[in-house]
Design a protein around this ligand. Sequence first.
Ligand code: FAD
Length: 369
Amino acid sequence: MNKKFDYLIVGSGLFGAVFAHEAFKRGKKVKVIDKRNHLGGNIYCQNIDGIQVHKYGAHIFHTNDENIWKYVNQFVPFNSYINSPLAFAKGKLYNLPFNMNTFYQLWGLFNPKDVEVKLSEEINKCGIIDPKNLEEQALSLVGKDIYETLIKEYTEKQWGKPATELPSFIIKRLPVRFTFDNNYFNDRFQGIPVGGYNRLIDALLDGIDTETGIDYLKNRIHLNSIAHKIVYCGKIDEYFDYEFGHLAYRSLRFETEILNTQNFQGNAVINYNDKDVPFTRIIEHKHFEFGTQSHTVITREYPQNWDLSKEAYYPINDEHNQSLYKRYRLKADNLQNVIFGGRLAEYRYYDMHQIIASSLKAVKLEFEK
Ligand code: FAD
């Protein structure tokens, strides 16, 4: 059959946009569709009164991989934003990640040696050798004081479950720094695209046929007929009509407000740890781009249970869901003309730099075999 496109990309998030760009660059005929009414997937920014609002949650680009950093910078310059979130807990403000500032705020200690001694005392007091759940894992890594002040209630709000019922693997490591360094990430490169993430997506998709407001799964027969190959970035279980059951997610609800004040909280990200505050953080978007507007836009982030009517944000990678995913994956691997990629198709949490790397890997497999 004479098909119009070589590739139909389902989903205009970073995975789809990078694949589309690379295929187009290699002379392929490409079309990108998205069921939302905009391009960009979860990195989409909504311009509200001149402020780029991260509509699907705050996104800070960070990577240790110089090639990925160069890759994104060829499309849009990045600013020098450094993520230094704060946490409000039990009436006090603390610096994150756990560093000498946090330890001073917690214990009044400012000598790294004293902090090391205090931390190992705290950990030893808990006496946990083989952590069985998230609570025990955190106690074994940082002790009771930090756990109860800065981890327990925040994590329980985020996952909607007591920490004793959460698996220990959620917290693999809890990095502590013995320097006064509030930079949340350890990576060498970090920033926000100047003018917002849409500029990155627009540059990646420059010259490519795109269409929004189209659900591939609802128009599958027609859309399969227009392209030789499909790159599918939607939910893998949905692709197979939930044949083996639903993969579970945790969702979020965002409440965004425009405020007639120049500076609401003095920082882009402030976490609210206590259980009696229903949201987990407030984002003040202008600070991602050092905005000087006379007004501001803030977003409160509320974790919520997921169902099919809500956005799927964080996969619940427990044993049950992982084995369900494997069954879907097996079916996906047997399809000749469909490439499954991205966070929803791979049922995996990816940071942006990781999704770009994963998309470039798929490109390599496809075009350099
Ligand atoms: P998406 O961006 O979700 O794109 C998938 C697209 O497919 C969507 O637009 C969807 O509408 C479309 N689609 C799905 N099904 C269909 C269908 N049937 N038909 C048509 N279209 C369809 N990463 C960082 O590096 N730094 C951060 O600070 C950061 N913060 C985050 C905060 C939150 C709250 C979350 C949830 C994630 C965060 N991430 C962050 C991760 C980042 O969002 C992802 O790495 C990235 O967005 C994944 O891109 P993707 O293309 O896989 O998926």
